[in-house]
Design a protein around this ligand. Structure first.
Ligand code: PMP
Length: 362
């Protein structure tokens, strides 16, 4: 026994001592366009099917650890076998488990920032050597030669298509080169793919390329961010490894039942997805029309916009207009950038009109 004050941090695993609790800088606001959720009300028959699934689920039993009924529905969606699917508590859990399983201390993860910040974060937690291959900072295109070279020494490469937060889609030729010229595992994160043009997904490649994996989530197009359900399409051997290490009950009974109903009723979401895509184009054009604002083309349900005094603009949007967007202006390569989720037509009109007021004084 000593008199020194209790310090949990000092007792934590050394690699974790600098971590702080996640703070998305969330302030309750009238309009929340900060987290790339689907802000539309659920289509009639879809919402009803989800509610019925929830109401008829018993909570006294443990979930099926491998969520086999849900896996079957997802497998059918993609024309693969059940053995090629694993579900997780959101895509986040699967990303963490991939790094935990196939990387770890001394192994390398390569990705192409600016991209989803959790890749680097989960790498750091798992003491993985993270090697960023930076995109060109004007158009966010990939440095393909540098990527292929870095991938030669990597255990895992993660590419995001459409990319968060830049919105661009990946050229399939890059994936082909990584599979042909390196021995790395390649994860294509397709969290936003439902908003991208037909043919963007490489999920059909998985069957012939056992080192390729595709991540999907129900948090975006399916409107289920609060449910926490994502899945991976991968070689059965990869699924078995991930199945062996996963927290056995991480996808609870409600998540399994609701996700199953959502997958079965997915056709009902098509009009909403089409509306979000057309609103994305309208929002992009309107924002570009504001003095001093640059908008990049996007294939996702958000747009990235650059403007002067972005951090201050974001704070004034929140405080004076009760609109929340995501500030990336302090992130490397994203100076002056805000990421704005595509909302309903009314929400998009509000953000355009508020930004016009703030930036043009009108
Ligand atoms: N990948 C990307 C690129 C994302 O933007 C997100 C969520 N913002 C995820 C994966 C994980 O989503 P979830 O955990 O909600 O499934």
């Amino acid at each position: 026994m000593t008199d020194t004050p209790f310090e949990a941090k000092a007792r934590a695993r050394e690699a974790l001592q600098t971590f702080e609790p996640y703070d998305p800088a969330f302030t309750p606001s009238k309009i929340n366009l900060s987290a790339n959720e689907n802000t539309y009300s659920l289509p009639e028959g879809y919402g009803r099917a989800l509610a019925e699934a929830m109401a008829s689920t018993a909570l006294n039993r443990y979930p099926d650890p491998m969520a086999n009924e849900l896996r079957d529905a997802i497998a059918e969606r993609h024309g693969v076998e059940r053995r090629a699917i694993i579900v997780g508590n959101g895509g986040d859990e699967l990303l963490f488990n991939l790094l935990f399983t196939f990387c770890g201390p001394g192994k390398r993860l390569v990705s192409c920032p600016p991209d989803f910040s959790e890749y680097a974060l989960f790498a750091q937690m798992n003491e993985v050597d993270y090697v960023p291959v930076w995109r060109r900072l004007d158009d966010f295109s990939l440095d393909v030669e540098a990527l292929v070279e870095a991938a030669c020494d990597a255990a895992l490469v993660i590419l995001t298509s459409p990319n968060n937060p830049t919105g661009d889609v990946l050229d399939h030729a890059v994936i082909r080169r990584l599979l042909d010229e390196t021995d790395a595992l390649v994860l294509v994160d397709e969290a936003y793919v439902e908003f991208a043009p037909e043919g963007t997904s490489v999920v059909s490649w998985v069957a012939d390329n056992p080192r390729l994996m595709v991540l999907r989530t129900l948090s975006k197009a399916f409107g289920l961010a609060g449910l926490r359900c994502g899945y991976l399409v991968a070689a059965p051997e990869v699924v078995d490894m991930l199945g062996a290490i996963r927290q056995i009950y991480s996808v609870d009974v409600l998540a399994q039942a609701v996700a199953l109903a959502a997958i079965r009723k997915r056709d009902l979401l098509v009009p909403t997805i089409e509306k979000i895509v057309s609103e994305r184009e309208r929002l992009g054009v309107s924002l570009s029309g504001i003095e001093g604002v640059t908008v990049w083309p996007s294939a996702a349900n958000f747009v990235l916009a650059r403007m002067r005094d972005a951090a201050q603009v974001r704070a004034r949007l929140r405080d004076e207009h009760s609109i929340l967007v995501r500030d990336f202006s302090a992130a490397p390569g994203l100076e002056g950038c805000l990421r704005i989720t595509v909302g309903t037509p009314e929400e998009n009109d509000c953000v355009v009109s508020a930004l016009t007021t703030l930036l043009e004084g009108k």
